[in-house]
Design a protein around this ligand. Structure first.
Ligand SMILES: [Zn+2]
Length: 282
């Protein structure tokens, strides 16, 4: 099964993520017994432990309860380990997984740069990481939002830095007026800002542009003192982030552009789907 650095994992539908030995260091449930014990993905095959964001594979896990800080550190370690595993789409009849650094677009240096990149200290100390993992929205949405907040989402500025794309390709696909950074794409961009404003209008609030995405997350999720309202705002935050990312990927990879109205409505519908109530209907 292993040949050199490359391990063929097929389409990821037969190997069990936690229980099978598919990584050189060993069986994941033995390496991370605590995470295994709280994982809702016990017995799941690799393919069910993540999702495609259009450009690359994103690992996504779900836990039975909110994790403690030290357990989140283990999650970081798990993600570090998984950095080296890239599913590829080089075969026509399905995804091929390889234990390799030659992913869809990645270069040998890409994996190294990512591994060498140190997580900012605020991630381990700042409370927002715990705030994200509440199980209010699907795990892949939590994970994307977490990536956004810790500055690890693969926006174009980041891909430029790792030389995955050329400098001249760094424009925001939503407005074509600025470089695509996480701050721009998810907050400052005129398209995204209209979505946030639609939420503020619907919920009867006003404010000015926050300085960072983290400030934005904190103020947005702490806007209301009533618990039921807090949940609504909280889910709304995820909904806008998720909607923005899908729209961005749609434009970038499928050449599909939605109208402003559709984008805004979609963010409300996601919120409704995840919370079970219409966010603007009460
Ligand atoms: Zn823009």
């Amino acid at each position: 099964m292993i040949s050199g650095l490359s391990m063929e994992l097929g389409n990821g539908r037969t190997i069990q993520f936690w229980e099978d030995r598919w990584l050189p260091p060993g069986v994941l449930k033995d390496i991370f017994p605590r995470l295994f014990s709280v994982s809702t993905l016990q017995g799941s095959v690799i393919r069910d432990c993540g999702f495609w964001d259009g450009l690359e594979w994103i690992w996504s896990f779900q836990w039975r309860r909110e994790l403690f800080q030290w357990e989140l550190d283990l999650v970081h370690q798990l993600h570090e380990l998984l950095q080296s595993v890239k599913p590829t789409t080089e075969k026509e009849n399905g995804v091929v997984w390889k234990f390799d650094k030659t992913g869809v677009y990645s270069t040998a240096s890409f994996g190294k740069v990512l591994q060498a990149e140190v997580l900012p200290e605020e991630i381990t100390s700042y409370s927002f990481t715990r705030a994200v993992w509440k199980g209010l929205v699907p795990p892949r949405v939590e994970l994307l939002t977490w990536f956004v907040l810790i500055g690890r989402v693969n926006t174009k500025d980041r891909l430029c830095r790792f030389r995955v794309i050329a400098q001249q390709d760094n424009r925001c696909v939503l407005c074509d007026k600025a470089e695509e950074t996480a701050f721009h794409l998810f907050l400052e961009c005129e398209t995204t800002w209209k979505v946030w404003c639609a939420w503020l209008l619907a919920l009867g609030r006003q404010w000015s542009l926050p300085g960072t995405l983290n400030d934005h997350f904190e103020s947005w999720t702490e806007l209301s003192v009533r618990k039921v309202d807090r949940k609504k705002w909280f889910i709304g935050f995820f909904a806008v982030i998720w909607t923005t990312w899908l729209e961005r990927n749609g434009r970038l990879f499928r050449d599909h552009t939605s109208s402003m109205e559709d984008i805004i409505n979609r963010s409300f519908r996601y919120s409704e789907k995840w919370s079970g109530v219409d966010p603007i209907g009460c």
